[in-house]
Structure formats: structure tokens, C-alpha cells
Design a protein around this ligand. Structure first.
Ligand code: OAD
Length: 236
């Protein structure tokens, strides 16, 4: 394996990087999907069947953003973006804003953003701080009943996939942080990176089902292993 300093890095983050900031993960014991049926709150069909329930679920999570702070892993990735001389792309599946609040600038929220509303009528996307309801009129087209959280649900196409695949095709290091690697298309990024000849690294609390697909893996808390890895990349 080539251990030389990478020239182009793609980092994918998942719920595990925000866990130590107090954000629930999805599939861990006591994770969000152990308490709520994802079909009811994270699919277009669930929204059509009971929009009030879906709004209540995301309103609660949006309100919860106010009480959380970025942790050492978010700050380390922001430092990497600033200090790394080569190409760098941070892709997150997370809908919180902890990466931005830690100083990351060029990131892609492939699963959308909790703090945004999307109009199902005109496609307008804009920042939304308070609650959403079926009575909220769209500020752009004024239609009632079409606003929804700007969150990519199961069965929908994540954002900016062309840009992500282009970066994966040109990277020489792909790093997956705090993600179980079970939700596609993000779960397939490692294969894209491998096909491009990149080294691949898993940074996660524990081995995931796909650990063996990575060329390297480091297991531990994100707040410990991510800053340590970033420092190693920057001094190499
Ligand atoms: P998961 O809940 O599936 O996985 C979280 C991963 O983080 C697990 O592998 C944990 O072991 C790991 N983890 C937990 N605490 C950690 C810590 N302190 N440090 C490091 N790792 C830790 O969450 P995601 O993989 O992000 O999509 O889930 C992917 C997508 O599934 C989400 O974006 C969401 C969900 O359904 C949609 O809602 C469309």
C-alpha cells in the first residue's frame, strides 16, 4: 500500500461524527430508527400519508440544533480543509450544521439540511429556522401545503452526486468517518474510490460490516481518532 502523502482526499461523514456532540445516530442501539419507523418519517410516501407526523419529527430535530456544538472531529476536518495543500472534498450524510459551525466551507450535504425548507411545488430551497407545518406558505410561490424539510428521503436522489463521483474518480484517499455504510449511494463510494486506485480508510467507533473493504481502519471515538489522523496527514 502506498503510504505517501495523498494529493486528493474525499471524506464522507455520517451520524457517528456528531454523536459526541449529542446527536443521535440511526442504527446504534437506542438510535433514531430503533424508536421511529423510517418509512413513516423518511420517505415521500410517509410524508403523503401523514405530513403532520413528519413535520413534528423534523421540527423537533431542527429545534434540537440550537443546543449542540461541534466537537473535536468537526474542528479537525475544518483544519484539514484549510491546511491541506491538495484537493479536498468533505461530503456529509448529516443534516445538522456542525461541520459549517466548526469552519468547514466547501462541504456537500448530500442528504440535505435540517435548517432548510424545500417547496414541493416550485423547488425553492431556503433557510428555515422555526417549525414547518402544512399551513406554512412557500415564501417564493406562496402555495400552501407544499413546504417540507429539505432532507433527502429514502427513494430520493441525494444532492450533487455528479460532483461527488467526479471527486471520487480523481481521489487518491477516501475516508469514511462515523458511518455504518449501509445506505446507498454513499455506501458505494468506497467502491468508486477503489476503482480509481485510491487508498481507503475507515474511522469508526467499531468495525462496520464493510470494514474489510477498506485498505485501513482505525476504531475509536471520532473526537480522538479524527484529530489524530488529521495531524498525521498534515505532518507527513
Ligand atoms: P448510522 O447510525 O447508520 O451509523 C453511525 C455509525 O457511527 C455507526 O457505525 C457507529 O458505530 C458509529 N459511531 C457511533 N458513535 C461514534 C463515535 N463517537 N465516534 C465514531 N463513530 C461512531 O448513521 P449513518 O451511517 O450516518 O439517511 O446513516 C446513514 C443514513 O441513514 C443517514 O444519513 C440517514 C439514515 O437513514 C436518511 O435519513 C436518508
Amino acid at each position: 500500500m502506498n503510504k505517501s502523502r495523498p494529493s486528493s482526499i474525499v471524506v464522507l461523514t455520517g451520524a457517528g461524527i456528531s454523536a459526541e456532540s449529542g446527536v443521535d445516530t440511526f442504527r446504534d442501539k437506542d438510535g433514531i430508527w430503533s424508536k421511529v419507523d423510517f418509512r413513516e418519517v423518511a420517505t415521500p410516501e410517509g410524508f403523503a400519508a401523514d405530513p403532520h407526523k413528519v413535520h413534528a419529527f423534523y421540527n423537533q430535530r431542527r429545534a434540537g440544533l440550537k443546543g449542540i456544538e461541534p466537537n473535536a472531529a468537526h474542528f479537525a476536518l475544518a483544519r484539514l480543509e484549510r491546511a491541506f495543500g491538495g484537493a479536498f472534498l468533505l461530503v456529509t450524510q448529516n443534516i445538522d450544521h456542525l461541520h459549517e459551525r466548526a469552519g468547514s466551507q466547501g462541504l456537500i450535504h448530500m442528504h440535505g439540511e435540517l435548517a432548510n425548507a424545500l417547496c414541493g411545488n416550485c423547488g425553492d430551497r431556503r433557510q428555515w429556522e422555526g417549525d414547518l407545518s402544512t399551513d406554512s406558505p412557500c415564501p417564493a410561490c406562496h402555495a400552501n401545503g407544499y413546504l417540507r424539510p429539505d432532507v433527502v428521503w429514502f427513494g430520493e436522489m441525494p444532492y450533487q452526486m455528479e460532483r461527488i463521483y467526479a471527486a471520487l474518480a480523481g481521489c487518491d484517499l477516501f475516508v469514511a468517518i462515523g458511518t455504518s455504510g449501509t445506505v446507498y449511494p454513499a455506501a458505494g463510494f468506497i467502491e468508486e474510490a477503489r476503482a480509481a486506485g485510491a487508498r481507503t480508510l475507515e474511522l469508526n467507533l467499531e468495525p462496520t460490516e464493510g470494514t474489510n473493504r477498506f485498505s485501513d481502519a482505525i476504531h475509536g471515538k471520532a473526537t480522538e481518532i479524527v484529530p489524530e489522523w488529521v495531524e498525521r496527514v498534515l505532518v507527513d
